[in-house]
Design a protein around this ligand. Structure first.
Ligand SMILES: *Cc1c(COP(=O)(O)O)cnc(C)c1O
Length: 381
C-alpha cells in the first residue's frame, strides 16, 4: 500500500451523529447527506454507519450514487437532491430512490419513466424559496402537488426547500433565511389548503438544524456536521457562546509519509518556478502526495504534522509530490515516518481540514470532496 491514504474514523462519524441527534427534537427524522461519495469518505461505509445508527433517510446527488447504496444493501429511504435526466429516471423506480422535483415538465418526465413498475414513486416537491437552484415558486406549490397526486406513477412523499444563508450569523443572512422559511411555510399551507397531505416537510441542512431548532419540521438533512466540520459561521465558539455547545470530531485524516530527506545549501530552490529558495542550510523532506490526490496547489502556505510537530510546505505542490522544510539534521524526522496533513486529534494531526480550507479561501466541504480516488480509504473502527 502507498504511503498516502485517508484514514476514516467511523467512531467519530457515529459520535457526530449522536451529537446531531442530541440537537434534534423528538419525532424528527434524520436524513444524512452521503452525496459525493459521502463527502469523500466513502458513501457505502458512511451510509451503512448512518443506517445502523438509525437514520431513516440518506441523501445523494445522483441516481448512480443511489444505485450504489441499494446494491450495497442499504434499506433506508434515499432522496436524490439534484435533477436527473430522462435516461436516469427509470432507475428511480427500479431502485426506489425519491427525487426532488419542482417543475411541471420534470414531473411529466418522471411520470413517463415509470414503465411497467406498479409501485408509486415518492416525489419530494422542491420549493425554491430563495436559493435559486431547483424548485417551484412557492405560489405554484399547490398546483404541482395536485399534479403529482393525480399521476398514476407518482405520489407526494414530502416537501422541501434549501437555505442560501443559514450558515451566516450576520443580520442579512439571518433575515434572508427567515424569509425563506416563511415562504416555505406558506407553500406547505397552500398544499394543505388544497386538501393534500404534504408528506415529510424538510428544510434544514447542518446550519439550520443546529441553529434554528424550530425549523426542523419532520426531517433534517445534515451533511458536513456528520463529517466533523462546522458550517461556516456556525462555529464551535459560536455555539458555545449561545450555550448550545456541539462537539464535532473530524472523521477523515489525510496521511502520507516521508519518501526522502535531502540536504539543501543556502540559495537552492525547491519545485516548479523556483518560488522558494533556502535562506541557509536545511533538510527538505519529500512527500508522495500532490494535487492529483486532492492536495491542492493552493495549500502551499500550510504546514503538515510529523511526529507531533508542524513543518511548512516549500515551493509549489506538484501533481504527485510536494516538499516540506524539516530543518537541518532534525532528529525527529526519519525516512518513511508518518505525515498527517489534516485530521482528528487521534490521527496525530495538529491541523484540521478547516485550517486548509481557510488558508486557501474555500470551505471544508471542498477540501474533503477534493480527495481523489487514488487515495485509498482505510476504515478505522
Ligand atoms: C448538500 C445538501 C445538504 C447537506 O448540507 P450540509 O451543509 O452539508 O449539511 C442538505 N440539503 C441539500 C438540498 C443539499 O444539497
Amino acid at each position: 500500500m502507498r504511503a498516502t491514504f485517508a484514514e476514516i474514523y467511523i467512531n467519530n462519524f457515529v459520535h457526530n451523529l449522536s451529537e446531531i441527534k442530541r440537537f434534534m427534537k423528538s419525532g424528527v427524522k434524520m436524513c444524512v447527506a452521503v452525496k459525493a461519495d459521502g463527502y469523500g469518505h466513502g458513501a457505502v461505509e458512511m451510509a451503512t454507519a448512518a443506517q445502523n445508527f438509525g437514520a431513516e433517510y440518506l441523501a445523494v446527488a445522483t441516481v448512480e450514487e443511489g444505485i450504489e447504496l441499494r446494491k450495497a444493501g442499504i434499506k433506508t429511504g434515499i432522496v436524490v437532491l439534484s435533477l436527473c435526466n430522462p435516461c436516469e429516471a427509470p432507475y428511480l423506480f427500479e431502485y426506489n430512490l425519491e427525487p426532488f422535483a419542482g417543475d411541471e415538465d420534470y414531473i411529466d418526465m418522471l411520470q413517463k419513466s415509470g414503465g411497467q413498475i406498479s409501485n408509486k414513486l415518492k416525489v419530494h416537491l422542491a420549493v425554491d424559496t430563495g436559493m435559486g437552484r431547483i424548485g417551484c415558486r412557492p405560489e405554484n406549490a399547490a398546483t404541482l402537488a395536485k399534479k403529482i397526486c393525480a399521476s398514476a406513477a407518482l405520489t407526494l412523499g414530502g416537501m422541501s426547500t434549501h437555505f442560501a444563508s443559514a450558515d451566516g450569523t450576520d443580520a442579512k443572512s439571518r433575515s434572508y433565511a427567515r424569509l425563506q422559511f416563511e415562504r416555505f411555510t406558506k407553500a406547505v399551507e397552500s398544499v394543505k389548503s388544497a386538501g393534500i397531505d404534504p408528506g415529510i416537510r424538510h428544510c434544514s441542512a447542518s446550519a439550520a438544524l443546529i441553529d434554528m431548532k424550530e425549523w426542523q419540521l419532520d426531517m433534517v438533512r445534515p451533511g458536513i456536521i456528520a463529517y466533523g466540520y462546522y458550517p461556516d459561521q456556525i462555529t464551535r465558539a459560536y455555539l458555545e457562546q449561545k450555550e448550545t455547545p456541539m462537539d464535532l470530531k473530524p472523521v477523515m485524516a489525510l496521511v502520507t509519509g516521508v519518501s526522502a530527506i535531502r540536504p539543501f545549501e543556502q540559495g537552492e530552490s525547491v519545485s516548479y518556478g523556483m518560488t522558494w529558495t533556502s535562506e541557509g542550510e536545511t533538510d527538505i523532506a519529500v512527500l508522495p502526495i500532490g494535487y492529483a490526490d486532492g492536495f491542492l496547489r493552493r495549500f502551499n502556505r500550510n504546514e503538515v504534522t510529523i511526529n507531533g510537530k508542524l513543518y511548512p510546505i516549500r515551493g509549489r505542490i506538484c501533481m504527485d509530490q510536494c516538499m516540506v522544510d524539516i530543518g537541518k539534521n532534525n532528529p525527529d524526522v526519519k525516512r518513511w515516518d508518518k505525515v498527517v496533513i489534516f485530521g482528528p486529534e487521534e490521527s496525530g494531526a495538529l491541523c484540521d481540514a478547516e485550517a486548509f480550507a481557510q488558508s486557501a479561501g474555500t470551505i471544508s466541504y471542498e477540501v474533503l470532496t477534493s480527495i481523489t480516488k487514488r487515495v485509498a480509504r482505510k476504515y478505522i473502527r
